[in-house]
Design a protein around this ligand. Structure first.
Ligand SMILES: Cc1cc2nc3c(=O)[nH]c(=O)nc-3n(C[C@H](O)[C@H](O)[C@H](O)COP(=O)(O)O)c2cc1C
Length: 303
């Protein structure tokens, strides 16, 4: 037998990025037991088989190799604490964990990404571990991102990605003008607003604007950029485009004359400022572009 440096071998195995599971079962008294395991693997679809490797040093080794059934809970990214609980010595690992009995009685940990309840299919002796092969009797899975583990540390890809993405969303609004009137929609709270929409993950700014015009039920040419501002209060980056309507009708809103008194009911202060500027600029016939935030910024003339 080749004698390896055990720590070096453990480190090399540890480079393999895995998920994290908690394997659960019942002891002879029916009490729940479980341990953290990343040695999980799917094995077969027909029959539905999976495996997990159990160290012979486990305090529950005898119970687990003789159990008729067990469950594998695939931990979600938010369940690092549960992983730690089931990897450390404890009088009652289930004390602070929400769980329920699966259809066949094995403990199922709530809010996991997925769980598989198995009957024991085979136990294979394998060095200092036993391979528990389970036949899946019931399972469920969710869209919750799974917890990862590599090189002795937890990996939370979705949470990390969310942390580096901008927290604010991109919102496009349109100032649709025709014959001295602008289009306003009801904001469902008793006030009115410009048509606006969040740019979806699969959309471009232009496609979101086209969709917005379609939803506003107005025939209008997509226009030019009129205002760019960060609205810290609403956690939004905001782009407002000026669009010329080809007809002064809208299925979704009403065209009101461009004069301060007609937008008394506009609830968003940044939109009021924008409309006031538009009214003033159209009077003198010079339009500019606004750059700033929801409270203050600069208007640059369009040359
Ligand atoms: C991320 C992670 C993965 C683990 N994977 C396994 C595993 O696959 N098999 C195993 O026997 N122990 C594994 N362990 C170690 C056990 O969870 C740990 O030794 C636990 O205390 C065993 O408890 P027990 O003696 O009550 O069974 C892992 C620990 C962690 C933190």
């Amino acid at each position: 037998m080749t004698a390896f440096d055990t720590q070096a071998l453990r480190n090399a195995f540890g480079t393999f990025l895995t998920g994290v599971t908690v394997v659960t079962a019942r002891d002879a008294q029916g009490e729940p037991l479980g341990f953290t395991a990343n040695s999980f693997s799917s094995v077969s679809l027909d029959p539905a088989l999976l495996l997990v490797c159990l160290a012979k040093s486990s305090q529950n080794y005898d119970t687990l190799v003789n159990t008729a059934g067990f469950a594998v809970n695939i931990l979600a990214e938010t369940q690092v604490d549960i992983s730690n609980t089931f990897a450390r010595p404890s009088d009652d690992r289930f004390a602070d964990v929400d769980w329920h009995a699966g259809p066949h009685g094995a403990p199922i940990i709530d809010s996991s990404s997925a769980w598989f309840e198995c009957k024991m299919f085979n136990v294979v002796d394998a060095g200092d571990h036993a391979i528990l092969i389970g036949q899946v009797m019931a399972f469920d899975s969710t869209a919750k991102p799974g917890l990862g583990y590599a090189r002795g540390a937890y990996v939370t890809p979705s949470a990390s990605a969310a942390a580096i993405l901008p927290t604010s969303k991109l919102v496009v609004s349109v100032l649709v003008e025709q014959d001295g009137h602008v289009l306003l929609l009801s904001d469902d709270g008793g006030g009115v607003m410009l048509p606006e929409t969040e740019v979806g993950p699969d959309e471009t700014v232009s496609s979101a604007m086209q969709r917005l015009l379609l939803e506003a039920g107005v025939a209008a040419e997509p226009g030019f950029l009129y205002s760019v501002y960060e609205d810290a209060a609403r956690k939004q980056q905001h782009l407002c485009f000026l669009c010329q309507a080809t007809r002064c009708t809208s299925a979704a809103g009403v065209f009101v004359p461009i004069s301060a008194s007609t937008w008394d009911d506009v609830t968003d202060p940044a939109t009021v400022t924008l409309l006031e500027r538009y009214a003033a600029e159209t009077k003198i016939g010079t339009l500019g572009i606004y750059y700033g935030n929801q409270n203050s910024g600069k208007v640059r003339a369009v040359v």
